[in-house]
Design a protein around this ligand. Structure first.
Ligand SMILES: Cc1cc2nc3c(=O)[nH]c(=O)nc-3n(C[C@H](O)[C@H](O)[C@H](O)COP(=O)(O)OP(=O)(O)OC[C@H]3O[C@@H](n4cnc5c(N)ncnc54)[C@H](O)[C@@H]3O)c2cc1C
Length: 194
């Protein structure tokens, strides 16, 4: 079983290790959850995953960004394994071609392939993630209600970090609707229409 804590910087300075310790040493909490952590050895893993806007520049002469150093993990869930392996393999092939032919062209192809696949999705995914990270509990409740209305496909697409144009248009429409509704509420309040 895994118990994990994740924090997003720079949103907070809290240490995930301190937060995790507070959970795994709280006997009353563990008892309430029916957890007995004394019976098996504890193994602690930790790691850092960049949560920054996607930057599509990957090739800088002989220095090339790949994997986490190229922020390939999905901005919404931080799933990087598949993407890092896929583009790591592609970079391997392109490096081989570059070494064989003595040309830099294959490295540019690697950069273009990543840009084509990731740039739009990751730009929107980062916006969604940044917004969700600032949600208050009340906003989370409203967001979960909206997710329910959007249906399972839209939810899965958001978790996968897939933002095709139709989804972006729907999101923009939704945002506009919320904005207009809140403006209307304010105008009604000012006019005393309750
Ligand atoms: C807590 C956590 C949970 C995650 N869960 C998931 C998940 O469920 N699913 C998912 O898809 N992704 C998950 N990820 C993201 C995923 O692990 C990463 O996106 C992915 O592993 C990045 O691959 P990488 O090859 O770029 O880097 P890494 O997997 O970090 O590999 C880099 C390697 O380089 C080594 N290294 C570093 N410096 C040196 C050096 N100077 N010399 C030699 N070697 C060096 C490191 O030891 C490491 O082995 C998670 C990440 C974290 C932190």
């Amino acid at each position: 079983m895994r118990i994990g804590v994740g924090v997003i910087r720079p949103d907070t300075d809290a240490s995930p290790r301190t937060l995790l310790d507070a959970v795994v040493t709280d006997r009353a909490y563990l008892a309430r959850m029916g957890l007995d952590l004394q019976r098996s050895p504890l193994v602690v893993h930790s790691g850092i995953l960049p949560s920054v806007a996607y930057d599509d520049r990957l090739v800088f002469g002989r220095a090339i960004r790949v994997g986490d150093s190229a922020n390939f993990a999905t901005p919404t869930l931080g799933e990087g394994i598949r993407v890092c392996i896929e583009f790591g393999r592609l970079l391997g092939e392109k490096l081989g071609e570059a070494a064989r032919t003595g040309r830099d062209g294959p490295l540019q192809e690697y950069e273009r392939a990543c840009r084509r696949r990731l740039k739009r999705d990751y730009k929107w995914g980062f916006l969604v993630n940044t917004r969700a990270a600032r949600y208050t509990p009340a906003q989370w409740n409203a967001s979960v209600r909206r997710m329910g209305q959007a249906g399972p496909d839209a939810l899965v697409a958001t978790f996968r970090g897939a933002f095709p144009r139709t989804k972006i248009a729907r999101m923009a429409l939704n945002f506009l609707r919320l904005y207009l509704r809140s403006r209307l509420r304010r105008v009604r309040a000012r006019l005393g229409w309750g």
